[in-house]
Design a protein. Structure first.
Ligand code: 5GP
Ligand code: ZN
Length: 108
């Protein structure tokens, strides 16, 4: 797996720092947000380091598609029928971690 040394999500993917990981395969990893803003708040990420959606390349399309399938899988696993999926792109949008990630947040 490609690992960017200063990237916290690359370190989580590589299990160099701990997380509450729910799922990992060759393309994607799912772990719980350290600062949850919903009863269930997970982050779904491609294993390959890509800073923002603006940097996604054709080689990333399988991982990007898999992220949607994983969102539905996780929602089923956690019995969440309604939820929000959010991808922030860029600092002004509020992106803080520059490794593409999709928030999965349950709604009350
Ligand atoms: P962003 O604003 O970039 O879309 O969201 C980044 C998210 O990553 C935030 O919700 C934040 O709580 C989460 N986060 C930041 N650092 C860590 C970490 O070390 N571990 C985990 N599990 N989540 C993190
Ligand atoms: Zn990264």
């Amino acid at each position: 797996m490609e690992n960017h040394h200063d990237c916290v999500f690359c370190k989580i993917i590589a299990k160099e720092i701990p997380s509450r990981m729910e799922y990992q395969d060759e393309l994607c990893t799912v772990f719980h947000d350290i600062n949850p803003r919903a009863k269930t708040h997970m982050l779904i990420v491609p294993n390959r380091h890509v800073a923002t959606v603006n940097d996604v390349e054709v080689i990333d399309q399988n991982a990007m598609g898999k992220m949607i399938l994983l969102a539905a899988d996780m929602a089923r696993k956690f019995s969440i029928s309604d939820y929000k999926l959010q991808i922030l792109v860029g600092k002004k949008a509020g992106q803080e971690v520059f490794h593409v990630h999709m928030h999965l947040m349950s709604v009350p």
